[in-house]
Ligand binder design. Sequence first.
Ligand SMILES: C[S@@+](CC[C@H](N)C(=O)[O-])C[C@H]1O[C@@H](n2cnc3c(N)ncnc32)[C@H](O)[C@@H]1O
Length: 202
Amino acid sequence: MMNAPLFQATSDFHPLVIMDNYNDANLVTLHHGDSCTFLKTIPDESISLVVTSPPYNIGKSYERRQDIGSYLAEQEVVISELVRTLNNRGSICWQTGNYVDEGEVFPLDIFYYQIFKRNGLKLRNRIIWHFEHGLHASKRFSGRYETILWFTKSDDYTFNLDPVRIAAKYPGKRHFKGPNKGQPSGNPLGKNPSDIWEFLYE
Ligand SMILES: C[S@@+](CC[C@H](N)C(=O)[O-])C[C@H]1O[C@@H](n2cnc3c(N)ncnc32)[C@H](O)[C@@H]1O
């Protein structure tokens, strides 16, 4: 296996080196290849966060469309490798949409949930992300959301809420009665962004 840098740039602040093969010492590894083969090169419990959007089995150029059972069995091999490489405080964010067969909708996240549970993970959020563009359906409502299943390996997981807080609707709002009367009622750093995310195009 070659381990020469794919890319190297130096700046006054930090040298950026991108490596092709995984090594704990790499700052960035960018591997173009089969996910399962690559995952086998990563040691147990060494990854903190997995964010991925796997193929949906909808016949895109990079996939071979198959029956839903075979598709999920193939993805479970990848998922069990991801779980092996995930550390105890780690998370997996699995983004999918629907697989549609002859007009029948199969919400992939519902099928995936069972696979993650079998692999010992716990769901923390099912995030709905809404978009405004897309195909216009004529025999059902047009699909305008996909989901991200956020699973953790243990109950002692990393979650940094403060850096992702958003502006509160009423930032200066205060308690109007009770022992905290007059005190700010919201978090001064903003509110929790919730499990519904909107991607709007201006
Ligand atoms: C649903 S797309 C995700 C697209 C991505 N979220 C984006 O916004 O560009 C699935 C991706 O998985 C890649 N892929 C499919 N099979 C793969 C495999 N066996 N190993 C690694 N990547 C694979 C495809 O090339 C494609 O980019």
